[in-house]
Design a binder for this molecule. Structure first.
Ligand SMILES: Cc1ncc(COP(=O)(O)O)c(C=O)c1O
Length: 451
């Protein structure tokens, strides 16, 4: 089996890369520079296209994506508005509308391309606070949180397994992490609706919920929170956001579509095409059910993004002024592959993970931690006689040994304070068979550790 990266230590990688960042007065011919990169950097990059890469959400761009990316990079269009790139600005606007249609969102829906899912989540919370301020008749735009009679009352609700970008969001928006309220989970690590109900009644009269977030595809387990029942429980004024950075793509897969029921009720949705679509990073999208809500972000200037302009102006919908033509590689993926292939490819890891969960359940030395909703599965290798704490340490040791081999990449996460092993697969090349081989490698490593 070939290695999927060098397996080198940070010290070795640092040493190897040194000649690359040792800047000199004189330049270097490009062929030599390329040779230097091939020698120093390339061996240490991760081969995302290898079926043994089973740990994270990264994917190599397919040929269709590279076509768009090449044009994006070669022309270096900034697509903030019509003046800077008529074609680029129009493409972003039109692709955005087409994506809303692809996901079956309302005719009023619109989207904006962002530098990451993290920023999309942050903007969603901002939009929620902005709309709440409007309903309260306070001037949030000028006065910030101080505009609210008691800013300490403003809270955001998320799943206990929400991505840490929600913590970034609440910190950066000045609400503070104590105002991020985590809702407990059911046995499949989806938001527990009874827990949500209790929290809502506990908060009544004491706090003001400005935003609630369903994660559709949690980072740890890929679980999809119950969107429609959540939407029905939330008071009308609450901005309902779906963090689908990882999982929203699976709405397109017929066996998963029902898990997204009610997504049309969300005020906003985050999706990262730079995950399983293999769109070159950065490629993130923030949808809004009502495109007019993007007006909450709009800032005008005298030189461009003028209020009176009627041409497309993607830069009015989210903060970056200089913005990449991210729409193009996504368009070339969708057009080049065609929707039938896209859906079939997206379905592969989901099916593989379901098969793997069944197989692990049939093995006496493995334990499955949840039912897989998407392409992620957490599990433990069972070693008799270990306490919970010792078992946690043991999973970590197994993980370290797998990674040190450089032959495969798996991951760990922590569920309810316990370290567990994790497969996360976003590409069709990794099949059930590759996952089973990894489980058997783990079993073998455990046997060797016991000798
Ligand atoms: C559920 C979820 N939300 C948000 C993010 C952050 O997205 P990004 O990495 O694009 O900032 C991730 C990243 O993995 C994620 O899994």
């Amino acid at each position: 089996m070939t290695k999927i990266n060098s397996g080198a230590t940070p010290k070795q990688v640092r040493q190897d890369l040194h000649p690359l960042v040792d800047f000199q007065q004189d330049g270097m011919p490009l062929d030599q520079l390329k040779e230097l990169i091939d020698k120093t950097l390339m061996p240490h990059l991760m081969a995302y296209d290898d079926p043994a890469f089973q740990s994270m959400f990264n994917a190599y761009p397919p040929a269709e994506a590279r076509l768009g990316a090449e044009i994006m990079h070669n022309t270096n269009q900034g697509v903030t508005n019509w003046q800077v790139s008529p074609g680029g600005a129009m493409l972003e606007e039109m692709a955005g509308k087409a994506l809303c249609q692809l996901f079956g969102l309302a005719a009023t829906a619109d989207c904006t391309f962002m530098y990451s899912g993290t920023y999309a989540n942050q903007q969603a919370v901002y939009l929620g606070i902005h709309r709440y301020a409007e309903q309260m008749g306070v001037d949030y735009v000028n006065q910030g949180l101080a505009a609210f009679p008691d800013p300490k009352r403003l809270v955001v609700l998320v799943s206990a397994d929400a991505h840490f970008s929600m913590r970034h969001a609440i910190r950066m928006l000045g609400l503070g992490e104590q105002n991020l309220i985590k809702i407990g989970l059911d046995s499949d690590r989806r938001i527990d609706l009874d827990a949500l109900k209790s929290i809502l009644s506990e908060l009544k009269g004491k706090k003001e919920v400005v935003c609630a977030v369903a994660t559709s595809g949690t980072t740890s387990t890929g679980s999809i929170d119950p969107i429609k029942p959540m939407a029905e429980l939330l008071p009308k004024h609450v901005w309902f956001h779906i963090d689908g950075a990882y999982g929203y793509a699976y709405k397109l897969v017929p066996e998963c579509t029902h898990l997204f029921d009610g997504d049309g009720l969300a005020d906003s949705i985050t999706w990262d095409p730079h995950k399983q679509m293999g769109a070159p990073i950065p490629n993130s999208v923030l949808f809004c059910k009502d495109g007019a809500d993007f007006g909450r972000m709009s800032l005008y200037s005298g030189y461009f993004n003028r209020e009176e302009d009627t041409e497309p102006n993607p830069g009015l919908k989210s903060p970056p002024t200089t913005r990449p033509m991210s729409a193009l590689p996504l368009v070339t993926i969708l057009k080049g592959k065609g929707l039938k292939t896209i859906v079939e490819e997206l379905a592969q890891p989901v099916r593989g993970m379901r098969q793997m969960a069944d197989w692990l359940r049939s093995q006496s030395d493995f334990e499955v931690c949840h039912r897989p909703d998407t392409g992620i599965l957490c599990f433990r290798f069972l070693k008799p006689g270990l306490s919970a704490e010792e078992s946690s340490r043991y999973q970590r040791k197994l993980y370290d040994a797998v990674m040190a081999s450089g032959k495969r990449s798996i991951s760990t996460t922590v569920l309810d304070g316990q370290t567990v092993l994790r497969f996360a697969v976003v590409k069709p090349e990794t099949k059930f068979e590759h996952l089973r081989q990894s489980a058997e490698a783990i079993r073998l490593i455990s046997g060797q550790m016991n000798q």
